[in-house]
Design a binder for this molecule. Structure first.
Ligand code: PMP
Length: 367
C-alpha cells in the first residue's frame, strides 16, 4: 500500500475500497470466462446479467415504482441537460419549461433547454448563488411541460431538502451529486437523472429514472441515442453502452446495499457534514460558508478562510498543508474559489474526522 490519500474531490470522486478491490480481482478474468469485462460484448448473457442486476439493485435501493424505467445512458449530466428538453419539452403544445436556477448546473440545463423551447426561470435572477429563493416567490407556469431543478448544486453547495410542489406539472431533477445519499420518493418525480461519477460509480454512465407515460414524446430532432423511448425499449442496449462503467455501478450499488442502503447513507452524510459545518460555525468567522443554513449541502461544503471574501494566501497555505497530510482535491471550483470538501458516500467518517481535526489545528495556529 502506498501513502494514504484522503480524496475529497467533487467528481470523479472516491470509490469505496471494496469496490476497487473487487474490480481488480475480476479485471483479467470475469466470472471464469477467461476475458475481462472490458473485452466482452454487450450482447452476451454475462453482460446482460450485469446490467439487469444493476437495475434491480437500484430499484430495490430507491423503491422505484414499476411504472418507471431505469436507463443507463451516455453523454454525462450535460447530455441530460439536452435530453430532458428534447424528450419532455414537447409534452405540451406550448413547448415551455420552468427552471429553478440555484447554481451553475441548473443554469447550464436552462441554457440547453432554450435551444428547444421557451424557458421560464421561476424566480428573479440571483447575483450570487447562496440559497434557494423562497418557494412563495416562484411564479410557476401551470401549462409548462415540466419544472426542472438541480437537487444538489455541486459547485455552490446548495441542496434541496424538500420536493418542490409543482401542482400537476411534471417534476424533473438533476441528482448527480446527491444520488443515493438518502431515500427519495421517486413517485413525486417525472424524471430523475444522475451522472455516476460522484456517488454511484465512475465516469461514462448516467442513470435516468423516468415515468413510463412520458416516453414517446421526443421532438423530431432528438438524436436517437438521447431518446428515452428508444433506450427504454432496448434495455439501454440500442447501441454499445459504457459496459465497464455499468459494471462499476453494479458493484457500488451492492456496496450501498451491504452497508445499510440509503437510510444508512443519509445518516452518515448528516454526521459527516455536521462535523465540518460545526467547525465553520464555531470558528468566529475564520471559516465562512456563504450558503443559507437551510439549504447547506451534505455532499459539497464550500468555504472561505480568513474572511468572507477569502484570504487567498491563507487558503493556499490551508490547501498545501492538507496536501502534505494526504488530503487532496479540496480546492474550490474555479468559479467560486476557496475550499470545497466533498463528502460523498464513499468518504468515511474517519476521513472526515481527519479533515475536521486539521481544520481545527489550522484555526488555532492562526488565531
Ligand atoms: N449536474 C451536476 C449536479 C454536476 O455536478 C455535474 C458535474 N459536476 C453535471 C451536472 C455535469 O455532469 P457531466 O460532467 O457528467 O456532464
Amino acid at each position: 500500500d502506498t501513502k494514504t490519500i484522503l480524496n475529497f474531490g467533487s467528481g470523479p470522486a472516491k470509490l469505496p475500497k471494496p469496490v476497487l478491490i473487487q474490480a481488480q480481482k475480476e479485471l483479467l478474468d470475469y466470472n471464469g470466462l477467461g476475458i475481462s469485462i472490458l473485452e466482452m460484448s454487450h450482447r452476451t448473457s454475462d453482460f446482460n446479467q450485469i446490467i439487469n442486476s444493476a437495475e434491480s439493485l437500484l430499484r430495490e435501493l430507491l423503491s422505484i415504482p414499476a411504472n418507471y424505467k431505469v436507463l443507463f445512458m451516455q453523454g454525462g449530466g450535460t447530455g441530460q441537460f439536452s435530453a430532458v428538453a428534447l424528450n419532455l419539452i414537447g409534452l405540451k403544445e406550448d413547448r415551455c419549461a420552468d427552471y429553478i436556477v440555484t447554481g451553475t448546473w441548473s443554469a447550464g440545463a436552462a441554457k440547453e433547454a432554450e435551444k428547444h423551447g421557451k424557458v421560464n426561470v421561476v424566480h428573479p435572477k440571483m447575483d450570487r448563488y447562496t440559497g434557494i429563493p423562497d418557494s412563495s416567490s416562484w411564479s410557476l407556469n401551470p401549462s409548462a411541460s415540466y419544472v426542472y431543478f438541480c437537487c444538489n448544486e455541486t459547485v455552490h453547495g446548495i441542496e434541496f431538502n424538500f420536493i418542490p410542489d409543482t401542482k400537476d406539472v411534471i417534476l424533473v431533477s438533476d441528482m448527480s451529486s446527491n444520488f443515493l445519499s438518502r431515500p427519495v420518493d421517486v413517485s413525486k418525480f417525472g424524471l430523475i437523472f444522475a451522472g455516476a461519477q460522484k456517488n454511484v460509480g465512475c465516469a461514462g454512465v448516467t442513470i435516468v429514472i423516468v415515468r413510463e407515460d412520458l416516453l414517446g414524446k421526443a421532438l423530431k430532432e432528438c438524436p436517437t441515442i438521447l431518446d428515452y423511448n428508444v433506450q427504454a425499449k432496448n434495455n439501454s442496449l440500442h447501441n454499445t453502452p459504457p459496459t465497464y462503467s455499468i459494471y462499476i455501478v453494479k458493484l457500488v450499488l451492492e456496496w450501498i446495499k451491504n452497508n445499510g442502503g440509503t437510510d444508512a447513507m443519509n445518516k452518515l452524510s448528516k454526521q459527516k457534514s455536521s462535523m465540518i459545518y460545526d467547525i465553520i460555525n464555531n470558528s468566529n468567522g475564520f471559516y465562512s460558508c456563504p450558503i443559507d443554513v437551510s439549504c447547506r449541502s451534505r455532499m459539497n461544503i464550500p468555504f472561505r478562510i480568513g474572511n468572507m471574501e477569502g484570504d487567498e494566501a491563507l487558503e493556499r497555505e490551508f490547501l498545501e498543508g492538507a496536501s502534505k497530510l494526504g488530503m487532496i482535491s479540496l480546492k474550490g471550483h474555479r468559479s467560486v474559489g476557496g475550499v470545497r470538501a466533498s463528502l460523498y458516500n464513499a468518504v468515511t467518517v474517519e476521513e472526515t474526522q481527519a479533515l475536521a481535526t486539521y481544520m481545527k489545528e489550522f484555526l488555532h495556529k492562526h488565531l
